[in-house]
Ligand binder design. Structure first.
Ligand code: DAH
Length: 345
């Protein structure tokens, strides 16, 4: 066999082994075996010295050519294996971020929370901001600053939970969201267009229409040139936006110490759409809340000049609104946590 044939055998064997290797680690070892000091090629190279000078050159070139073919095969295989190993590492590290759908049914926000969110959205769409205040209040915010001086008979409208904090009857659980009006005016300058939802407390025995803990949403607008017409128009726009086309509001004279004039506002009966039914006492209207023009004494309490600014306020019960909307006849359903009730909304 000629030397060239020898080389061919070495190369063919080497290429077959290179092709059979499956990891970069093995390939590195094989590379040493095929090209290193103890490789057949190295041995053949050592044999060159025994050749005649003329033959040595040709044999040397043939050996180099054989070595290059093996090196190229090792390189090419190395690239394939590196790519394959990288692909399998990525596959192994892959995180499945797709949503797992649990096989139990999901819960949802409570009906009152849903109503509160929708009320906020409706007013935000009308350009209002949303503000909050504390549930434990001082007598000053809950009554005094709202023009209920100590001993004022209108305080009797509220059965108040007092807290044992400070001097007797100085700290209480707010009986309405109106104290947040004072806090908003204290911390900002007019113009103000704000709604203030939240939890309120009154010392009531639970029955079908009363709970000692309930929810209200308060509204306050203070700007130049605000009139009773602005109040009536706003409540009407709100009623239509919240309840839908065909729902209107109306105002009836009333009394609150912090507004003058004051009114109750009614909306088209949600059950008979104004036709007159048992729920609305055949009037076609349901009472929703109270409202009026901000009293000058309230502006005085927060240091606003009533000659420059005028405003209106309104407030109504979120739980009552929810009951009207869904025809719920017992407010206690809202806190009993019976899933058969809750699941319906
Ligand atoms: N705070 C009153 C209540 O709970 C409701 C109310 C009436 C709020 C008139 C107002 C208003 O802002 O102007 O009985």
């Amino acid at each position: 066999m000629s030397e060239r044939d020898d080389h061919e055998v070495i190369v063919v064997e080497a290429l077959a082994r290179v092709a059979a290797v499956t990891t970069t680690e093995e390939l590195r070892e094989l590379g040493t075996e095929l090209l290193g000091r103890r490789s057949p090629l190295a041995r053949a190279k050592a044999g060159l010295s025994s050749l005649e000078a003329g033959d040595r050159r040709a044999a040397g070139m043939a050996l180099n050519a054989a070595r290059q073919r093996i090196e190229q095969a090792l390189d090419a295989r190395s690239q394939e294996l590196v790519a394959a190993e990288r692909a399998s590492r990525i596959a192994a590290e892959r995180l499945d971020l797709s949503e797992v759908v649990p096989n139990r049914r999901r819960g949802h926000l409570h009906l009152v929370t849903q109503a509160r969110d929708r009320l906020e959205d409706t007013f935000v769409a009308m350009g209002y901001t949303v503000a909050e205040g504390p549930e434990a209040e001082s007598d000053w915010y809950n009554f005094e600053a709202l023009n209920f001086p100590a001993g004022h008979p209108a305080r009797e409208m509220y059965d108040t939970f007092y807290l044992e904090w400070g001097s007797p009857e100085s700290t209480l659980l707010r009986t309405h969201t109106s104290p947040v009006q004072i806090r908003v005016m204290e911390r900002s300058e007019p113009p103000i267009y704000s709604v203030m939802p939240g939890r309120c407390y009154r010392l009531d025995t639970p029955d079908a229409s009363h709970l000692p803990v309930f929810h209200q949403i308060e509204g306050l607008v203070v700007d130049r040139g605000i009139t009773f017409g602005s109040l009536a128009g706003t409540l009407d726009a709100f009623t239509e936006a919240y309840f839908g086309p065909g729902f209107r509001s109306r105002l009836r004279p009333s009394y609150f110490p912090f507004t003058e004039p004051s009114a109750e506002f009614d909306i088209t009966c949600v059950f008979c759409k104004g036709e007159g039914c048992r729920t609305c006492g055949r009037t076609g209207w349901l009472e929703l809340g109270g409202c009026g023009m901000v009293h000058p004494n309230v502006f005085a309490a927060v240091g606003y000049d009533p000659e420059v600014w005028s405003g209106f306020a309104f407030g109504f019960g979120i739980d009552r609104l929810v009951m009207m909307r869904h025809g719920i006849d017992d407010i206690r359903e809202l806190i009993t946590n019976d899933v058969r009730f809750l699941e319906q909304f």
